[in-house]
Design a protein around this ligand. Sequence first.
Ligand code: SF4
Ligand code: SF4
Ligand code: SF4
Length: 196
Amino acid sequence: MTEPIKEPKVEDIKTAAEEKACPVQKALYFVTEFLAGPMCGRCFPCAMGSYEARIRLQNLVDGKGVEADLLALKRIATDMIEASFCKKGKDTGKFILDWMATDVYQEHAEGRCPDMQCASLIEYRILPEKCTICGDCKDVCKNLAIFGEKKKPYKSGYFPFEIRQKRCTRCGECIKVCPVEAIVLVAANAKEPVGV
Ligand code: SF4
Ligand code: SF4
Ligand code: SF4
């Protein structure tokens, strides 16, 4: 006889969520897993609250978040704490409020992920002054997002490689192979690279 599939516990989902570096992603992960598992749907504040919280958190992670999302999340979490039928819903509201107790949520609503984790809010860029035109980054990019021609010893007139942001999926493979640390992570739409 096959073993019944065990439903994940709220504490285990919380532990896995805490491993994420960005507090908005922690909350999004937790709420998504809570909805898929322990959330039973018996009471409105928890069922609808979790559902709406996931939408609001996704907006923030996707770079579409606004002030109204922050206000809605605080309202939802407070309602869950006060009116959920059981501890699972109350704890979920508390976790959301705890993760919101920093400026990080406000920063997401303004288009920045301070931990550089949310793909929609970051960009990979090549520092032209550091690029040695070796082409290693282009070789690993599966999305053909890197533009440039490898330097040949007998020719001159090469330009540093560039990343086409529209094609880049922020997978991070190029940054791992660059031998001279010429690829950096910056806030999306930043005028100048950071960390230079
Ligand atoms: S608070 Fe408890 S009873 Fe209400 S929907 Fe959530 S898990 Fe179910
Ligand atoms: S982050 Fe990934 S998709 Fe973007 S340029 Fe680098 S390797 Fe290509
Ligand atoms: S791997 Fe680094 S040095 Fe080589 S082409 Fe890419 S950015 Fe330039």
